[in-house]
Design a protein around this ligand. Structure first.
Ligand SMILES: C[S@@+](CC[C@H](N)C(=O)[O-])C[C@H]1O[C@@H](n2cnc3c(N)ncnc32)[C@H](O)[C@@H]1O
Length: 205
């Protein structure tokens, strides 16, 4: 019973304590290995609420765990748009199905295929982005360079797996960002943050 730890930086007891503190996912679906740690999903959702984001992008939705937290946060804010980009069609379809049961206040926009192609061709703009697909350094570097021009002023980019085996701190730093080393279940974890400059002191979307 409890979260599966594989090369993580915490004990089973610590993981259970954190999981208990977070509580169940908004849609009640248990955590699945490969998905973001529940406390990370919660943190992403809290950033959505803290910024009043209306349009959010998740790159690499996998089984839709963090997507369900984001959807719940947008719903609490009165509605919005959630774009999910995923290279595996089955995962994208499963996520859309999972989210469809949850809300009518939030429009879900699925994008199938490579996120680099999506970002290079879309005219969509985002208040917040959760970057969690391919974590190789050249890919993330290209991804951030395409994503930053698609962000609204004051918008926030959050990225997973910046510490541990993926080691993306220098990539986030290159774009003016910062990396947090946080408890993780797998070989990589933590969160990168980049805020897009805003002419006014605060951006509330
Ligand atoms: C670590 S999982 C994502 C976990 C999820 N974001 C969460 O918070 O639970 C990574 C996902 O990215 C997808 N992916 C990998 N490369 C991709 C790419 N180039 N474009 C879009 N999705 C990609 C994978 O198929 C996989 O489902």
């Amino acid at each position: 019973m409890g979260l599966e730890i594989a090369y993580g930086n915490i004990t089973q007891e610590q993981a259970n304590r954190l999981e208990q503190a977070v509580g169940p996912a908004p849609d009640g679906v248990p955590h699945e290995p490969g998905g973001a740690e529940p406390w990370i999903s919660r943190l992403v959702a809290d950033f959505v609420i803290a910024t009043g984001a209306r349009t959010v992008l998740e790159t690499g939705c996998f089984k839709g765990a963090t997507s369900s937290y984001i959807l719940d946060a947008l719903e609490r804010l009165g509605g919005g748009d959630l774009h999910v980009c995923e290279i595996e069609l089955g995962r994208l379809a499963g996520t859309v199905w999972r989210l469809a049961n949850d809300s009518s206040l939030v429009s879900v926009h699925p994008h199938e295929g490579d996120v680099l192609h999506y970002l290079a061709t879309t005219e969509d703009r985002f208040d917040l982005a959760w970057v969690d697909d391919n974590h190789e350094k050249p890919h993330v570097t290209k991804e951030l360079s395409l994503l930053i021009p698609r962000m609204n002023p004051g918008g926030i980019i959050l990225g997973h797996d910046v510490y541990g085996s993926c080691d993306l701190q220098e990539v986030f730093a290159k774009f003016g960002g910062y990396s947090l080393n946080l408890p993780r279940l797998g070989a990589a974890g933590g969160m990168g943050l980049i805020q897009i400059p805003h002419p006014a002191s605060l951006a509330v979307f």
